[in-house]
Design a protein around this ligand. Structure first.
Ligand code: PLP
Length: 390
């Protein structure tokens, strides 16, 4: 390697796809103290931090009841259990999502019906939802609930989905695993749908240092059932078992960490919006940028573009990587095409057209509360250059 090549290599930045390290450096001393406090009091299970976190999450999003739990998948599963979902029920889920959304439906013995996505927002398409309801009826299933996913941080089209839910007497379980902190009109995620859930997986917008999740509802009765399900279907205590439950608690240490993260969360959301605006401005003429509905905000769990048809995506990703720019594909394969789920029905007769094309042309760019303006501009400059020569 000659000197000038070396120089170029030395200038290649290392931009993290999601920058958790900078955040940790910022809050490390407070997190250390918070963990120390838990070690001192020793209430590792359901300690005071768990209740404090639930209180703070409730005042953040406005939901009356917040029940923390072990992860975002359990959160969804517990919600379905609380509503007695089971065999014969049809539950409508997007196909273009993370597997957990459909997995929990299969747990209960109910049938997930896969719904197509909107090409601009990537979220569940209400028109396809309506088709899916008819598909379920034709199959002799009982249309029961809708699980809209707030993909990449943007709440789904809840007004349209709620109207369909009302018409067909369905209830809504809002999967906000990627969207806690976002707003649909005047409501925060967590305060939308009959039950809502989120995940505190480290890479989510509000993440802990391990697994974690939460369930939200304004319904007193459902909240009481969820609390019981979280601890082995407990009645007066966990040795009084009134229903089949599970061990679904959030660790006290994770709650303590989340309390520290919540303090800086609004500032991080603002920064994510700033970076998304910058990406939008720089990229709007060369790729399809993400579309956010009017009066809706995204927390930008991912900033996901759609590449032009002629673009060779895998080559582009390799070339970006050579310049120090990581990129990811969420999701390479929609769920209805995955081996584990391909026997479940899709809305309508054929495959899900939009999911299929999305999985072929989406690309997610580096995003977090800590990517600086200079790095974001570096990403867009090289992306533009590489798209020109791709
Ligand atoms: C991450 C995620 C989940 C599951 O959350 P875990 O905490 O990882 O179990 C569920 N749904 C969606 C849409 C997700 O992105």
């Amino acid at each position: 390697m000659n000197q000038s090549q070396n120089q170029i290599l030395n200038q290649i930045p290392s931009i993290p796809f999601i920058d958790l390290k900078t955040q940790q450096e910022l809050i490390r001393s407070n997190v250390d103290l918070a963990i120390q406090k838990v070690l001192d009091h020793g209430q590792y299970i359901m300690g005071p931090e768990v209740h404090e976190l639930e209180k703070q999450l409730s005042s953040f999003c406005g939901a009356k009841h917040v029940i923390s739990c072990a992860n975002g998948t359990d959160a969804l599963g517990i919600a379905l259990m609380a509503k007695n979902v089971g065999p014969g029920d049809a539950i409508f889920v997007p196909s273009f999502t993370f597997a957990a959304t459909a997995e929990v439906v299969a747990w209960t013995g109910a049938t997930p019906i896969f719904i197509d996505s909107h090409p601009d927002t990537y979220n569940m398409d209400p028109r396809s939802l309506e088709i899916g309801i008819h598909t379920a009826k034709k199959l002799g299933l009982r249309p029961s609930a809708i699980i809209p996913v707030d993909l990449f941080g943007q709440p789904a089209d809840y007004d349209a989905i709620q109207a369909i839910a009302n018409e067909y007497h369905l209830w809504i379980l809002a999967d906000g695993a990627q969207s806690f902190g976002a707003k649909y009109k005047d409501k925060y995620v967590g305060n939308i749908g009959e039950i809502a859930t989120t995940s505190f997986f480290p890479a989510k917008p509000l993440g802990c240092y391990g697994d974690g999740g939460a369930i939200f509802t304004n319904d007193d009765e459902i909240a009481a059932i969820i609390k019981s399900l979280r601890v082995h279907g407990q009645g007066t205590d966990k040795y009084d078992n009134v229903r089949i439950g599970m061990n679904g608690r959030l660790d006290t240490i994770q709650a303590a960490i989340l309390i520290e993260k919540l303090k800086i969360f609004n500032k991080e959301i603002e920064h994510r919006q700033f970076i998304a605006d910058l990406y939008n401005k720089e990229l709007k003429n060369i790729v399809q940028i993400p579309h956010v509905l009017e009066n809706v905000s995204s927390v930008w769990a991912q900033y996901t573009i759609r590449l032009p048809k002629k673009c060779n995506r895998s080559k582009l990703m390799t070339d970006l990587k050579a310049f120090g720019i990581p990129s990811m594909i969420y999701y390479v394969k929609p769920l209805h095409l995955q081996k584990a789920y391909q026997t479940y029905p899709v809305a309508g007769q054929q495959s899900l057209e939009i999911c299929d094309v999305l999985s072929e042309d989406v690309l997610s760019l580096p995003m977090s509360g800590y990517i600086d303006e200079k790095s974001a501009l570096y990403v867009t400059e090289y992306l533009k250059m590489l798209l020109n020569s791709n």
